[in-house]
Design a protein around this ligand. Structure first.
Ligand code: HEM
Length: 312
C-alpha cells in the first residue's frame, strides 16, 4: 500500500518522469538535404554500408558479424597508419610533444580494437563452422594494413611481401614501408640528436632488415632510466613505446584466445598451423632494448637493508 505522501506519476515533474516516448524537433534542425550536405553523403555511407557481402549459401545469420568485425578492425588500422605516419614525421622534425599526442590516440584505438574481441567471442564454433568453408583461403594473415603497422613499428619482414604479390598497389606500399625507418628507428635517431650515445652502426643500419638489439642502445637507455627527471622527454617517449608494444601484444593474445575458442586446434584458413603459429607471434618484440633496459635497472636498497635476494 503506498504511503500517504507518495505522489502519483502525474504529479512528478517532467524531468523525473520516465513517460516520454517522443522528443520534439527544435526549429533550427536541418531537414532539407536536397542541396545541403548530409551526414550520409559526408561519410559516404552508401559505399560503407554496401560493402558487406556474405557468401554462405544458404545464408548464415552470423556471417555478418564476422565480416563487420574484420571491417571495423581494418578501419581502425587505417587510422593507426595515419597517426603513426604523422608520429614518425614529427619525431624526425624533433617535435616529440606532438608525436606523443599521436601515440596517445593510437593507444586508445588499440584499446578499442582489443575490447571488440568480446563481440566476436559470441560466435560459437558450430556457428562459425556453418560458413567457414565459404572464406576458402581468405585470412587476416593477408591484411596488408596489419603488416603495414608491423613494419611501421619495427617488425620488418620482407618474407611477408609475396603474400601481397597479387595486388600491385598493396605490394608497392609495403615495399615502400619496408625501406622506410620504423618508429623505433626514428626514436633512436631522435635520441642521438639529443646527445644520447646511440651507436653509429645502429643509426646507419639497413632499415629494411629486421631490427637487432644492440648493447650500446641498452647502455644509452640505462642512463635515461637511471635519471628520469633529468631526461623526462626521452623517458616518457620510451614508456609510451612500451605501452604501444604492450597493447599490440594484448590484441594478439585476445585474437589467439578468440581463435582458440572458435576453431580449437584446426589449421587456419590461410594455411598455417593455426593457434601454434599465432602463439609464436607473442615472442616478437618491436623495441627489444626497451625491455632489456628493465633488467639493467639497479634496485634501490635503503641504507642498512640486508634482506632480499634480488628476485621478483
Ligand atoms: C573466427 C574468427 C577468426 C579466426 C578463426 C581467425 C583465425 C586466424 C588464424 C588461424 C590465423 C593464422 C593464419 C592462418 O592460417 O589463417 C589468423 C591470422 C590473422 N588474423 Fe585472424 N581469425 C579470426 C578473426 C580475425 C579478425 C576479426 C581479425 C581482424 C582483422 C583477424 C586478423 C588476423 C591477422 C592480422 C592475422 C595475422 C596474424 C599474424 O601474422 O600473426 N582475425 N587468424
Amino acid at each position: 500500500m503506498p504511503s500517504s505522501d507518495a505522489r502519483s506519476g502525474a504529479d512528478l515533474d517532467p524531468v523525473t518522469r520516465h513517460t516520454r516516448s517522443r522528443r520534439d524537433l527544435e526549429q533550427g534542425i536541418e531537414q532539407d538535404f536536397g542541396q545541403n550536405l548530409s551526414y550520409g553523403a559526408y561519410l559516404d555511407l552508401p559505399t560503407l554500408l554496401s560493402a558487406q557481402h556474405p557468401r554462405a549459401t544458404p545464408p548464415q545469420h552470423d556471417e555478418l558479424l564476422f565480416i563487420i568485425q574484420h571491417q571495423t578492425t581494418e578501419l581502425w588500422l587505417r587510422l593507426v597508419i595515419h597517426e603513426l605516419t604523422s608520429a614518425r614525421a614529427l619525431l624526425a622534425a624533433d617535435d616529440h610533444r606532438q608525436a606523443l599526442k599521436r601515440i596517445a590516440r593510437v593507444k586508445h584505438i588499440q584499446a578499442s580494437m582489443t575490447e571488440q574481441w568480446s563481440v566476436l567471442a559470441t560466435l560459437t564454433p558450430s556457428e562459425y563452422a556453418q560458413f567457414r568453408a565459404f572464406l576458402a583461403t581468405g585470412s587476416g594473415f593477408q591484411s596488408w594494413q596489419y603488416r603495414a603497422v608491423e613494419f611501421m613499428l619495427g617488425n620488418k619482414n620482407a618474407g611477408m611481401l609475396p603474400v601481397f604479390a597479387h595486388d600491385e598497389e598493396q605490394h608497392a606500399e609495403l615495399e615502400r614501408l619496408l625501406h622506410e625507418p620504423s618508429l623505433y628507428d626514428e626514436v633512436l635517431a631522435w635520441l642521438a640528436r639529443r646527445g644520447h650515445p646511440i651507436p653509429q652502426e645502429v643509426l646507419d643500419r639497413d632499415v629494411s632488415q629486421p631490427y637487432e638489439a644492440h648493447e650500446g642502445v641498452v647502455a644509452a637507455l640505462s642512463r635515461i632510466y637511471a635519471d628520469p627527471q633529468e631526461h623526462w622527454a626521452e623517458y616518457e617517449t620510451a614508456e609510451e613505446l612500451v605501452d604501444l608494444e604492450d597493447n599490440f601484444q594484448v590484441w594478439r593474445f585476445r585474437h589467439l584466445k578468440t581463435v582458440e575458442r572458435i576453431i580449437g586446434s584446426k589449421r587456419g584458413s590461410g594455411g598455417s598451423s593455426g593457434v601454434p603459429f599465432l602463439r609464436r607471434a607473442l615472442e616478437l618484440t618491436f623495441f627489444p632494448e626497451l625491455y632489456d633496459v628493465r633488467s639493467a635497472i639497479q634496485d634501490v636498497t635503503p641504507e642498512g637493508y640486508h634482506g632480499g635476494d634480488g628476485r621478483g
